[in-house]
Design a protein around this ligand. Structure first.
Ligand code: UT7
Length: 336
């Protein structure tokens, strides 16, 4: 527990999704699958995919502009940009640097990417919280964006059915009323099971060293083992997090989970004893948008009026690493 920290305000959230829709039925043109198989196992009916030159940078930039507008801050107020991405259009420059330039955020402001896969927003919030709490920076733009569709093997029917593209963003700033919008936050990792989901960038050796064929560079996932690990870990983790925060599940208004598989979401929901109204799900329309999944679900559900503001929510996610994390947050009026 850190004492005398500067509290943090979640000032604005935004999201952006590409226009192109690919349904489960569309996927039957690529390989042997069916809408029924995909929907019953995952809860997904369709996903949005980038097209043409559109990338996670464009989606992230649009989500960030919306979050900034809602926050009431200006680009000059932003002291740092952190971007969470696991399927970026380029490894460097960082997406955060690209977005800084696109938005006209002052040129000397630090901007960097983090890789915590689908837990990325929670990791980014945790980093931002440290900087704001210490007084080192006041206002930080967080962007979570992924263009998974460009890094999937579209012949791998087990992984490619799951993912979609999208972006979410959040502006956090030092709170001026003493209220901390992050009631509790926690991040975890277990690298010993890192091979369960990976995106190799193996390249090939220098020809002067020894021959080594270039390997395909696609998202690889052991879906069954990921499922088992998460189903075993997440519900209990979320329950313990609430307990450690000194709260009861019924005191929190909404569950806004990572949208990876509806059955995993339902397992967490069941553990918390929440009704469907308290649980945000949009996986049916977007699939798993990796880092973007939680902020996209948050911003869209607020915009649609499914999540009322002036409320509290528990966010939770897991992803490659394996990483996982959770945050209990206040959602103030006006953030979306
Ligand atoms: O944020 C990222 C986190 N990732 C996840 O959360 C993934 C979690 N895992 C899952 O959601 C599930 O493991 C999947 C939905 C990905 C796969 O479901 P599963 O029940 O674990 O399927 P499986 O991979 O064990 O495959 C079972 C069968 C196999 O056939 P055989 O060998 O039993 O004859 C597969 O070939 O289903 C077959 N199969 C498919 N059939 C139709 C695999 N993918 C498909 C498909 N359509 N798309």
């Amino acid at each position: 527990m850190i004492n005398n920290i500067i509290p943090l305000k979640i000032a604005g959230v935004g999201y952006c999704i590409p226009e192109t829709v690919v349904t489960n039925d569309d996927l039957t043109k690529l390989y042997d699958t069916s809408d029924e198989w995909i929907y019953t196992r995952t809860g997904i009916k369709e996903r949005r995919l980038v097209s043409g030159n559109e990338s996670a940078v464009d989606l992230g930039y649009k989500a960030a502009e919306r979050a900034l507008e809602k926050s009431g801050l200006k680009v000059e107020d932003i002291d740092m940009v952190i971007c969470a991405s696991s399927a970026p259009p380029e490894l460097y420059p960082a997406i955060a640097c690209r977005i800084q330039a696109h938005m006209g955020i002052p040129n000397d402001v630090p901007a960097f990417d983090i890789t915590a896969a689908c837990s990325g927003l929670i990791y980014a919030m945790s980093i931002a919280r440290g900087f704001i709490a210490s007084g080192m920076y006041k206002s930080i733009l967080l962007v979570a964006t992924d263009n998974n569709s460009r890094l999937l093997n579209w012949e791998d029917r087990s992984a490619s059915i799951l993912f979609g593209d999208g972006a979410g963003a959040m502006v956090v700033t030092a709170s001026d009323d003493g209220v901390d919008d992050i009631i509790s936050i926690d991040i975890r990792a277990n690298g010993s099971i890192g091979d369960l989901i990976k995106l190799p960038l193996a390249g090939k050796n220098c020809p002067l060293v020894e021959a080594n064929d270039e390997q395909p560079q696609f998202i690889e996932m052991n879906g069954k083992e990921v499922y088992k690990f998460v189903a075993r870990t997440l519900p209990q983790y979320v329950e313990e997090m609430i307990e450690k925060a000194g709260m009861k599940a019924e005191e929190i208004d909404y569950l806004i989970p990572h949208q990876a598989n509806l059955r995993i979401i339902q397992a967490v929901q069941e553990r918390l004893g929440y009704s469907d109204e308290k649980v945000v799900t949009n996986i049916k329309y977007y699939g798993n948008t990796s880092a973007a999944s939680i902020p996209l679900a948050m911003a869209e559900s607020v915009e649609q009026g499914k999540v009322k503001l002036g409320s509290t929510a528990i966010l939770c996610g897991f992803g490659a690493g394996m990483t996982w994390g959770g945050a209990i947050v206040r959602l103030r009026e006006g953030i979306c």
